[in-house]
Design a protein around this ligand. Sequence first.
Ligand SMILES: [Zn+2]
Length: 689
Amino acid sequence: MPISNPERYTVTAALIYANGPIHIGHLAGCYVPADIYVRYLRASGKEVAFISGTDEHGVPITIRAKKEGLTPQQVVDKYYEQIDASFKSLGISFDVYSRTSKPIHHETSREIFRDLYDKKVFVEETTEQYYDETAQQFLADRYIVGTCPVCANPNAYGDQCERCGSTLSPLELKDPRSTLSGAKPVLKATKNWYLPLNKMQPDIEAYVNGHSEWKTNVFGQCQSWLKDGLKPRAMTRDLDWGIKVPVEDTEGKVLYVWFEAPIGYISATKDWLIQKNGTDEGWKKWWQPTNGGGETKLVHFIGKDNIVFHCIIFPAMLMAEGNYILADNVPANEFMNLEGDKISTSRNWAVWLHEYLEELPDKQDVLRYVLTANAPETKDSEFTWKDFQTRNNSELVGIYGNFINRAVVLTQKFCEGKVPQRGELQEIDQAALNDLAAFPARIAESMENYRFREALSLIMDLARTGNKYLADTQPWHVIKTDPERVNTILNIALQISATLSIVSEPVLPFTAAKIQEQLGLSGKNWQDAGNADLLPAGQPVLEGKLLFEKIEDSLIEKQVQKLHDAKRLNELEGKTVAPVKPEIQFEDFGKMDIRIATILEAENVPKSKKLLKLLIDIGSEQRTVLSGISEHFKAEEVIGKKVLYLANLAPRKMMGMESQGMILMAEDRDGSLAFVQPGKDVWNGGTVN
Ligand SMILES: [Zn+2]
């Protein structure tokens, strides 16, 4: 059963692998919603620990290290710094952003493993696993690739096929090969410790079924795992990068990354207290509140690819340990796509947070807004730069910014820059105040149910209410006849602005701070929102800069171009030089008559996309050649070019015309063509030997 309205919350956001930068898909899937939720809880006076960090073990780290020519430690140090800094710049308000390479995490993970080991929770099993004799290493997970048994993808990983999405084990791959050496692996016996999820299924089922309030995508995925029947899962791996198994005679073995990574939430909590107080005393109230008094609600924010680990495996571990609370909710999001394609790190198709922050400084809230308005809460959604621009220009500038700006500027103009005194209320004023009073509770309800899109749309409705109120009451006309009436109108507009700053703070923290500075509002929290007297009459209202600026087409075009350029560059980097063809003899080469020629005339061939019809001078005569270069060169560009020409190639018919011989071209890495020309102005007919 869900816990309702406790005073204390432990909120975690997924531990991300420290093997690359953060992109908008990560933000939309997990970090922005987590931050909104936590900011809302704090504003509501709750005690919150907001926990996250980097996952610094596992095969993806070592593979990245190999690719970048660094040690695994250098890789995680580099990306930890970058990820931590970009989260901070976006205003993600973690209480602690820790790392699983810290000693406190190793200790905590080893303690929990050892505890389960001593309680005889694990099943010891010796199995045959693939081993690379060249690299002298067992090949877990992504160290092995082969052909997918489901879709025949020749590059499926040992744990998953990225083409068809099947979960795999290395033994299921056809034609397996090591990603370390390329060698064909051999089978070798090794002992590992398994969490017997099959035996634990009834308890896990009871836990999951007690949470039918979970989002349907989360609850549904759990049900499908349970329906298939849970299988034992190895909690140790034969690897050298990770946390050593705290059992005698286990040289060369580490804890499975998905055993220890979620424990990272616990160790990060300890790390937080150590950094703050010099001791981890008090950590238990966040994880074992029966030992610390009161209820604590544990909420995991993650992306949909981690549901099984947070809803089944981690709770199973904690149940077996016995002292821990289990997640009350796991509001996992679906994926966000980008400009019509899946976001992909390996294909470099992503908007990277550190680059966004550099190229669009002071637009943190615009990104937070767009990712929330379009969040993949119940199904995949899509980010496009055009939509980014539209939402900024018509919603943030046109509605939200416009309302606040009008309220402040009119107060400067008509009320000497001070909150005016409210006079007698008309029906329209009372209606606006009633609306104002009702909004915070409605927004809170959406927040508490993890419906942040809905919360944001209500926040924007409040801004619309403010705009409509000003449009209907028209203080700019009324000022000519009834300044007292204008005082009432602007008092109400400013009170709406004050509440708007409080309720939008979780989504737009930078903007809310600016508004509160202008209005002289401080120390107010969610309980104050909706109050018609938040701003006392006479309080100065400061003129501020515009909260949001219009985004021009040129900026959007530049970003879209950049995406395509980065993807293309990435494709080129992946291109390799074609292998050398089988050996030939000198006589074979001697059969070819290659000469210097000059292009005299060129014209497009009707109805052909590729062909140019060329008239060339080969010294002894003129010849007609059809050349497949018209996608690369215009006819007028090639006239006068000196070229290499294969003179004795048998004539061929193309498009009803005869082509005599062939012009030789060089093909570049990106598929573009170039003429191959002699180093000096060699005469037509000169031979190439
Ligand atoms: Zn497949």
